[in-house]
Ligand binder design. Structure first.
Ligand code: 13P
Length: 253
């Protein structure tokens, strides 16, 4: 057993009105406080406009909270955007960066992700950096190279900054499709990621960084995934919208 942090993170994406979100957060809190006996960390990533309310609601609970995105600029004339400093100022613990939906629909690149990561860390946020290949890239056996390029966004960080970074491997073909990478397939990539991190930094950083798997994680496949040597948790989409499923996944470590 290693001593990396074990994490169950729920990405709510563009789901839940404020009232629905408050209800879900309440259920998650109650279940986590009464049922969760392992030392798994629980993080939720609700939509921006719910963050202040839910942060207050979850005060004194073991649930941590983060934003699903942020802008790479420190401040300025960027209508509709949210900065790292704003997220810090409302007590956010985490920010998701580089989710495949942001890369796919909002043209996020490894370069813009690199800028975001640097600004986020400078403002005291912890980063969950998402990487993952498309089906086409896997079929062309480019998946390892794609991941290596995405990890280049970490270049230039210090080893101590890497303590505030969590990686999430989310193969695009497994997101919201019901198709999960097999535990072995996922672990193979997690080991590759750790090797790349070791090359970019050193072995200590590579062994210390938590790497989450994301893509159709459900209560019935979580145990198999978490049993693998290099899978330290999950970034959960659909199943995180059900308090029961989310907590059952968190109980699977
Ligand atoms: P699903 O769990 O719905 O496949 O989503 C995964 C994901 O994108 C989490 O960020």
């Amino acid at each position: 057993m290693n001593n990396r942090r074990k994490i169950a993170a729920g990405n709510w994406k563009m789901h839940k009105t404020l009232l629905e979100g408050q209800g879900l957060a309440h259920e998650i809190r109650t279940m986590a406080e009464t049922e969760l006996m392992n030392n798994a960390e629980i993080i939720i990533f609700p939509p921006f406009i719910h963050l202040v309310t839910l942060k207050k609601q979850l005060e004194g609970s073991p649930i941590q909270i983060g934003a699903q995105n942020m802008n790479q600029h420190e401040q300025g004339a960027y209508t509709g955007e949210i900065s790292a400093a704003m997220l810090s100022s409302i007590g956010m613990n985490y920010v998701l960066i580089g989710h495949s939906e942001r890369r796919q629909y909002y043209n996020e690149t490894n370069d813009s992700c690199a800028s975001k990561i640097n600004v986020a860390l400078a403002k005291g946020l912890q980063v969950v950096y998402c990487i993952g290949e498309t089906l086409e890239e896997r079929n062309d056996t480019k998946h390892f190279t794609v991941i290596e390029n995405q990890l280049e966004a970490l270049k230039g960080l210090s080893s101590s900054e890497m303590k505030s970074v969590v990686l999430a491997y989310e193969p695009v073909w497994a997101i919201g499709t019901g198709v999960t990478a097999s535990a072995e397939q996922a672990n193979e990539m997690h080991q590759h990621i750790r090797n790349v991190v070791s090359t970019l930094f050193n072995n200590e950083v590579a062994e210390g960084v938590s790497i989450l798997y994301g893509g159709s994680v459900k209560p019935d496949n979580a145990k198999g995934l978490f049993g693998m040597s290099d899978i330290d948790g999950a970034l959960i989409g659909g199943a995180a919208l059900s308090s029961r499923d989310f907590i059952d996944i968190a109980k699977s470590f």
